[in-house]
Design a binder for this molecule. Structure first.
Ligand code: SAM
Length: 352
């Protein structure tokens, strides 16, 4: 196990370089990074990268300089332009026990003399002054024999598919739990009122989803619940029709499963055709709920005014008041489609 100790870190001045030291450590197989001075922002940045792209490298800041070196049990290596050549060190390292833990120390500002004396080896990656980021990458490459090429950092929200023509990133199927959905809403500044509405919609949508499942319909209840709890997250940005697009962008950016993103995007009424979308200030394209999960969420939203479940007649009356004739036709059709699948009236639907 390799640990990297970054010393001399000044949070304001070295922000970028220390971030890159930690990112190199992570990408090239280190299991832990220690930073002498306290820097919660740095910790958050690196943890966010691991959340998005996987791996479980730990970062701890505020460790001090001498403590971690003193108590480290294993091989201690300080990277410095004044040390012995890297190849010479690697020759010796090849003969050592490969299971031993290794502490790699890199500096920022002037490194105290004691550090040179406390370590087992002072190693130079050329005897010219350059960068701790480069020195660290090169020694990690040599010490691991290039094993970083096959390193799989799993459990991230995204996987990068190597592509020589551009960016190919796939979102790993992260269907947030109800708690994670509420946290996403809160983190994005969604009001309590909107969260309460989403909870009410989710309650109905989940009940309909379970009932449909019992009828043999292939429906993912977790996707329905997450989509319902997030469908109005874009209201943190705007209460206009664009909230669906804004919300979809927020949840997509957070790495949420594309099926949930589609539920957020296509929840307005019973869908919008391109000309309707344009007249509402949206791009001239279809925003139609197509999957059963999208349909259940869109209609559970139609059947909820705020936190209160209403009958179809009330929804149609509201459409009438707003002269939304086309919306009314589609909402009625969606209502009937779901009732057909459920084999029961939605107006009489019991939600516990
Ligand atoms: N002036 C500092 C000193 O007296 O140690 C060095 C500053 S240098 C920008 C920051 C760090 O980069 C060093 O502490 C060392 O860890 C690393 N570094 C720079 N050049 C290196 C080299 N040729 N070989 C190994 N490490 C190097």
């Amino acid at each position: 196990m390799i640990t990297v100790l970054r010393i001399g870190h000044r949070p304001q001045r070295d922000k970028r370089v220390t971030t890159h030291v930690a990112l190199v450590a992570r990408a090239f197989g280190a299991k832990s990074v220690l930073v002498n001075s306290n820097d919660p922002k740095l910790e958050a940045t690196i943890n966010a990268v691991s959340e998005n792209f996987g791996g479980d490298m730990e970062i701890t800041t505020g460790t001090g300089v001498f403590g971690p070196i003193k108590k480290f049990e294993g091989l201690k290596v300080h990277l410095t332009m004044y040390g012995v050549p890297l190849s010479k060190f690697i020759e010796e390292y090849e003969k050592m026990d490969k299971d031993q833990d290794v502490l790699l120390i890199v500096g920022a500002e002037k490194v105290p003399r004691q550090v040179y004396e406390m370590v087992d080896h002072n190693v130079a990656v050329s005897n010219q002054p350059h960068s701790e980021i480069a020195a660290l990458a090169l020694i990690l490459d040599r010490m691991t024999g290039g094993a970083w090429e096959d390193l799989e950092l799993s459990d991230g929200k995204f996987t990068i598919i190597p592509d020589d023509r551009g960016k190919n990133v796939v979102s790993n199927a992260w269907v947030p739990t109800p708690e994670e959905c509420i946290k996403l809403n809160e983190d994005n500044g969604v009001s309590e009122e909107v969260i309460a509405h989403q909870k009410a919609v989710a309650k109905l949508a989940k009940a309909i989803a379970f009932a449909l499942k019992e009828k043999g319909v292939d429906i993912d209840v977790e996707v329905v619940e997450a989509g319902a709890l997030l469908h109005d997250i874009g209201r943190a940005v705007t209460h206009g029709p664009l909230h669906a697009m804004e919300g979809a962008a927020i949840v997509d950016e957070a790495g949420v499963d594309k099926r949930v993103v589609a539920c957020v995007l296509n929840h307005i009424g019973a869908g919008l055709e391109p000309d309707e979308a344009r007249s509402l200030g949206l791009p001239e394209t279809e925003f139609i709920p197509l999957t059963i999960e999208e349909k259940v969420i869109a209609h559970s939203d139609n059947l909820n005014f705020g936190k209160e479940m209403v009958r179809l007649e009330q929804v149609l009356h509201k459409c009438d008041e707003k002269q939304l004739d086309r919306a009314a036709i589609k909402i009625k059709a969606l209502h009937e489609e779901l009732e057909g699948l459920l084999g029961t009236s939605l107006n009489e639907f019991e939600v516990n």
